[in-house]
Design a protein around this ligand. Structure first.
Ligand code: ADP
Length: 264
């Protein structure tokens, strides 16, 4: 967008002179575009599954019910799209809540290892999934337990979702030298992500391969929720390739000294 400048001139009462008031509205313009894109995306994302549900149910009512095989196919389509809507609405509500009130995050003293263990337990990963932890017992963070749980679940869920076949996933955490933040990493050996997408991964509704992601139930909102939750807790998020293939999604959270009784 070109830089926009509003100028207003006024002549003072006594003697000639000129006052110029300059407002840089570039940022306002950008926010307005982001908001408009968001509304357009939401409408599109909500309309698509609703249209499928409507079309499938009409086909069923106008005769397909009598053909058991067709009836099953159309009903499955309705079910899949209803699930998609459920996901989408849950993610949208999360985003709306986060944007309305970031202060809802209440950081506490947590054991990093225990937090990762809890997230893995809550995942209901398939039996053949292999998720291992590389986190020292004494590592502690200042974080909101529910927010950290959601971040880890979103990242692990993606790692499982985008792996073409079950492969090892590692959750690692450590405090880099000279840092007062703990760095968590969720590492997979899946397909990885082409560098041209790295910048935009954490944007709302951004999907690398839209067809594939939608097919897998993705809404394109998971990583933007992760980013919100982490920045509300004073941390950062990022992506790095896991060479030769795979992904490393990382985030940081303020480190806390180990506390014997306060850690959950
Ligand atoms: P989605 O709901 O589509 O998974 P996300 O915001 O969680 O949305 O992720 C954005 C996109 O990033 C995904 O559509 C997918 O293309 C890509 N992605 C996320 N995690 C991984 C991963 N572990 N491996 C490969 N691609 C991934």
């Amino acid at each position: 967008l070109p830089r926009t400048i509003l100028a207003r001139a006024a002549w003072p009462k006594h003697g000639p002179g000129l006052i110029l008031v300059l407002h840089d509205v570039t940022e306002l313009r950008r926010l307005e575009t982001v908001r408009r894109d968001f509304v357009a995306n939401v409408s599109h994302e909500l309309r698509t599954p609703v249209a499928v549900i409507q079309a499938h149910s009409e086909t069923l009512l106008s005769g397909a019910l009598d053909d058991p095989k067709a009836a099953q196919n159309f009903t499955r389509g309705i079910h899949r799209n209803a699930e998609r809507l459920t996901h989408l609405i849950a993610d949208l509500l999360d985003i709306a809540r986060l944007e309305a009130d970031q202060a809802q995050v209440a950081p506490r003293h947590l054991s990093a290892r225990k937090a990762a263990r809890d997230a893995i337990d809550a995942l209901h990963a398939p039996d053949d999934a292999s998720i291992s932890l590389e986190i020292a017992d004494e590592l502690h963070v200042l974080a909101d337990p529910r927010a950290l749980d959601q971040v880890l679940i979103n990242l692990l869920d993606n790692a499982l979702k985008y792996l073409p076949e079950p492969g090892p996933i590692i959750v690692r955490a450590h405090t880099p030298a000279d840092s007062d933040h703990v760095r968590f990493e969720v590492i997979d050996q899946g397909p990885g992500i082409d560098p041209r997408h790295h910048q935009r991964l954490f944007e709302r509704f951004y999907r690398v391969d839209k067809g594939r992601a939608t097919h897998m139930g993705g809404t394109g909102l998971g990583l933007s929720i992760v980013k919100h939750l982490i920045s509300a807790q004073g941390g950062q998020v990022g992506y790095e390739p896991n060479l030769p293939h795979g992904s490393i999604f990382w985030f940081t959270l303020p480190a806390a000294p180990p506390a014997t009784s306060a850690a959950r």
